[in-house]
Structures are given as C-alpha cells and as structure tokens.
Design a protein around this ligand. Structure first.
Ligand code: ADP
Ligand code: MG
Length: 453
C-alpha cells in the first residue's frame, strides 16, 4: 500500500506520459485524483469534492485501465481499480495502522523529504564514494560529527538524492527527530514572506520552523548567497543550530573556496565540518545506475543497450536516467522489442541535440545563460555585477569566435548599443583565458555544449 501511496504522483505522471494526455485533461481529471487505500486487492482512488457523480463515471470509464496497466507495469502487481467520491470514503476504510507510527508520520509529513531517495537506491562508485560514506556517517550520528556536512558537485550528479537519503535514514531509525529539507529557494521564499508580513509573529514562525529542528538540510545553498536578508537569516539559523549540536547538511554547485561572492564568515563555517565532492560518474558506475533503473521496472535489457547509453551520456545522471526512461517508453509506445537500434533511434535527439542545429548568436546567448544559471534577459540587462558581466562577455567572445555575425549585431544580442563593447568583451575573455586555467576550461565546456562532438 505504501508503495502505491509513495509513488502516487509518479504513477499519475507516468499515465500522462504514456497515454499522451493533454495538459488540460490531466489537470482536470487525473491530477486531482488521490490515492485512498487498498482493500481486497482493489486500489480505491478518491475523486475530489469539486467533481460530480457524472465525473465519477467518466473518469472511471476513461482512466480505469490506464491506472491498471501503468501500476502493473511499474510495480509488477495487478490491482483492480475503483473510483469513489470523497463523501463515500468511509465505506471503504480499513483499520489504520496503530498509533505507534504517529510521530513518524507527523515528522515525516513536515520534513519535505522525498521517500524515493534513499541510500539503498543510491549507486556507489568511485565518483561519490567519499560523499556517500560521509552522508551515511552523518545519518547514523547526526550532529555528532561532520557538522556541517557540505556536499558539492555539478548538476544531476546525485546531491539531492544523497541528502534526502540522510533525512530518510534518520527518520526511519529515529522517528522522533525533527528533520527539515528545504531548497534554498524555499528558504528564501519563507524569509521574504516573513518580511512582507512584517510582524513579530511571522518572524517567530520562521524561527520556529528553522531553529527548532534536529536536522536541517539545505539544498543548493549557492542561491542564498548574495541575497542580503536571506543570507542574514541563514547565518543566524546556522549559528543557533550548530551551537546546539544540531545537524546541518548543505549542498552547493561549488566548494566554498570557489564561491566567489561568499563572505568569509560563511566560508569558514562551511569549512568547520566536512566537505565532500561528487564527481562525474565513470563508465562502470553509469552502467550500474542504468541497471538499477532496469531492476526497478523489472525488465530484462540487453547489455549492449546499457553500454550504448552509458558511453554516450556521461556527465549528468539525470540525463542518463531520462535516456533510459525514454527508450522504455519508446519501445512500449511503438509496441516493439527493445533493441540497440531502437535505442539509437529513440535517443538521437538526446545524444546529438545540436546535430542539425545552426550555431547562431542567439543560440550562443541561450547556451551561455543556461550554463551560468541565468536567463537570457539577465545577460541582456544592464546589471553590472560580476555574475552578469562575465557571462555577458563570454557571449560576446563566443559569438565573435563561432559566428560570422557583425559586431553591431552581436552587441544587440547582449543588449548593448555600442559595438566597441563587443571588442572589449572579447578581449577581456581572451585575456582571462590566457591567465586563468579555470576560464579556459569553462569556455571549452560551453563550446562543447554549443557544438557537441
Ligand atoms: P543533483 O541534486 O546533484 O542535481 P539529483 O540528486 O537530483 O542530482 O540526481 C539526479 C537524478 O539522478 C536523480 O533521479 C537521482 O536519483 C539520480 N542519481 C544520481 N546519482 C545517483 C546514484 N549514485 N545512484 C542512483 N541514482 C542516482
Ligand atoms: Mg539537486
């Protein structure tokens, strides 16, 4: 039962994907459906209060089979499906588990943890072995050692997975602990909200939420840095928790020493505990991750298909998983057997995304913006902070290097009027590349994104 409950959203999304349900139909019919329970091998699904009995019979005739098939494929178990109105729920109730789980449930609900990310689904390879063992140590003795634990690495390499695993592990073994997972965006929004309300109670609510936990997990801390009030609030939260020996777990895209705008007081605190990196997975680890995926859906897949995906998708596990899901869906939708040829066909847009794409100044602008986690508008804006100026100059450099576009056209691409800006920008980056290895590497990486080999 828990398996279905925990994966409820994923089930609905899989149905949307598999059966090509339009956004509007999905929002209207499928998304509002909630899992209720399982009685006698029948999954009872509740239709929300807003819907009529008419909707009940419509949803029942149209979507019943979709749920049946999808759940059977995802979990290898066949269930009957029954839709019920919210008001009739009580007729289908089963005796709920005893109250001993009450604490766990409440703490779990409040934790924001995602139960799909656990240690047992995390594949350990040479790229993440150190981070994994540090994470496990913190999970076993939160607050006692490695405080804070600071994990960094590029996108899609498993940081979020690993820190959820810590939280889940702690709660499973000690249901009374208060664990809180937040992205730095959630944290920022909470701070902004409390400032906007501007009264003492909203402030104390904020502090109550963050300063009374046993374990605070902050994902992607780089987005807090530089946001004055948020950063200030985080600083005090950190101090309060740390001095009370409460565990703090942080992720970021870079190590503290490379976070250019990070203030010294943060840098030193982040370095108090343990810093662990996650690198790009090697080939064996990539294959192992794919095999784990295949295990999950209980499907036998040819070795050469794993090899094909693993040797072509190298730097991002999210993309690796996405490619795998794609070929499975592709085979299913076309109702054919999964072969390496089919995998090649299914993945051609993923593996050669830019193959037939022209390189234009606009595509360079977009790629650079994405690389720096900015929007193209940020780059075109008049903002003068280094975090915008450098990407803007990189765009100018690359447009001059990779296209035949005129200087005045390139200047318009970055929102400037004067073409001499482009010459200056170009020279700046060229200079940096000569004196700074990191800049040279960055440019190489971006060029690879623009022209994949
Ligand atoms: P990040 O937070 O570093 O951007 P995520 O933790 O979101 O990356 O990972 C992206 C996807 O890859 C997730 O679905 C995650 O489960 C999966 N993943 C990453 N690393 C591993 C691993 N070592 N074993 C299994 N799955 C992994
Ligand atoms: Mg993440």
């Amino acid at each position: 039962m828990d398996l279905i409950r925990e994966n409820w959203v994923a089930i609905k999304e899989a149905i949307k994907e598999e059966y090509n349900i339009t956004d509007i139909s999905y929002k209207t019919w499928v998304e509002p459906l909630s899992f209720y329970n399982i009685t006698d091998n029948t999954i009872n699904i509740v239709i929300s209060k807003e819907q009529s009995h008419h909707a009940l019979s419509y949803i029942s005739s149209k979507y019943k089979n979709f749920f049946k098939v999808t759940i059977s494929e995802m979990f290898g178990v066949d269930y009957e499906i029954n839709f019920i109105m919210e008001n009739d729920k009580d007729d289908f109730s089963v005796s709920e588990p005893s109250t001993s789980n009450l604490n766990f449930n409440e703490n779990y609900e409040n934790s924001n943890l995602d139960s799909k990310y656990k240690f047992d689904t995390f594949v350990v390879g040479s790229n993440n072995r150190f981070a994994h063992s540090a994470a496990l140590a913190v999970a076993e003795s939160p607050g006692e050692l490695y405080n804070p634990l600071f994990i960094y690495g590029g996108p899609g390499l498993g940081k979020t997975h690993l820190i959820h695993s810590i939280g889940n592990y702690i709660l499973e073994n000690n249901p009374n602990k208060k664990v809180l997972y937040v992205t730095s965006e959630d944290f920022t929004n909470d701070v902004i909200d409390s400032i906007r309300h501007g009264n003492p109670s909203s402030m104390s609510e904020l502090r109550d939420k963050y300063r009374t936990v046993d374990v605070l997990i902050i994902d992607d801390v780089q987005f807090i840095i530089g946001k004055e009030s948020t950063q200030e609030e985080f600083f005090h939260t950190f101090n309060v928790l740390h001095s009370a020996n409460k565990a703090i777990i942080i992720t970021s895209d870079k190590p503290p020493k490379d976070m250019v705008t990070l203030e010294e007081r943060f840098r030193s605190r982040f370095e108090w505990g343990l810093i662990a990196d996650i690198q790009v997975p090697d080939y064996e680890t990539r294959v192992a991750i794919l095999k784990k995926q295949a295990e999950k859906i209980d499907k036998k897949i040819d070795e050469d298909i794993f090899q094909y995906i693993a040797s072509n998708i190298k730097t991002n596990i999210r993309e690796l998983e996405g490619a795998f899901t794609k070929i499975i869906a592709f085979a299913k939708l076309n109702n054919v057997e999964l072969t390496k040829e089919l995998a090649e066909e299914a993945l051609k847009d993923v593996i050669y995304p830019n193959k037939n794409k022209e390189i234009t100044s606009t595509s360079i602008l977009n790629t650079v913006a994405e690389h720096y986690n900015l929007s193209p508008d940020d780059i075109k804006s008049k903002k003068r902070n280094a975090e915008f100026v450098i990407p803007r100059q990189v765009v100018m450099y690359l447009c001059r290097t990779l296209t035949e576009d005129s200087l005045s056209y390139i200047s318009s691409i970055v929102g400037k009027k004067d073409h001499t800006t482009v010459i200056n920008g170009y020279d700046k980056i060229k200079g940096y590349m000569e004196s700074n290895e990191d800049m040279k590497k960055t440019i190489e990486i971006i060029i690879k994104k623009i022209i994949p080999s």
